[in-house]
Design a protein around this ligand. Sequence first.
Ligand SMILES: [Zn+2]
Length: 339
Amino acid sequence: MSKDKAEAVSYFAQKPLPWQESQWKSLLRRMRSDALPHALLLKGALGVGKGAFSQALMSRVLCHTPSGGYACGHCKSCDLLQAGTHPDVLVIEPESSGKPIKIDQIRRINEFARKTAQQGGRRVIIIDPAEAMNVNAANALLKSLEEPGDNTLFLLVSARAGDMLATIRSRCQLVMFPVPDLSLAKQWLGDHIADAQTIDHLLSLSCGSPVLARNMFDQNVLELRGHLINVMPELFRGNLTPVELAKEQHTGDLISLLGWLGSWLDDAVKLRLTADESLVRNRDVNRMIGYLAKKADAPTLVKVRDRIMLQRQQLQEGANLNSQMLLEGVFSDYLELAL
Ligand SMILES: [Zn+2]
């Protein structure tokens, strides 16, 4: 397997997730009638399970002896995928989470696509997340999509397909992944998380995306977020300065942190404009949100929220910002809202 990171990573998945049956069956039908397009764009909200689907589809496409519609899990190809050493697979991801995919990574596709598939079947290229490609990388990919070579399947995975070049989107067949039915999401999470209230809380924070909810659970997000909620009043009371709070928080996951701080202001704006508490999404933060909505006017709340979300977006696009200074600014802004 060609992979940007040195360590072998297994990309084998036998089955799609329980809420992906209709997409799976439809693609399987096309595969059986030899009508699978050479490029698919798997599109849906962050954490809805598109990556898992791409791996299951790749496993099925490459499997030598599929059974019951799924990859068998024990043929040579399945073994190679599980070991992370399949020669006919190229997975392109950012070098680290949130960073862009660069042109050098995309250039490897040309080299890869020139070779004949060593296991006698197709070659599969996964680009995840596809919107992480910078402009040069996207332009380089266009050529490969136009002349894909024999038996090559491109799987582009994207939560923000609108940010991709239209010329790339138009060369892919779109497969949509909506947020699943709440009961299916709860049932699936129930296999990993015992407490129903925790599941409800995670699903509300992840806007119903089960895989994102599960990742949040694995990364202790509820505790980290809970700690921030507890410590923010100390900022308003003057027991902690923005510099001290930034020092405490700057080593965490900055993109999530800014997401929470932005989302709380989003709620404060709604509350300020409508006085309708039922519109507040972050119910567990309603005291602080109510306090800010009382203290600051809507245009100021919007201005600070937009600044936070812009910085978050810049980080996602790979900007190298000083986290301590950035957070000092954000917490100073928060403090000013409450003056
Ligand atoms: Zn197999």
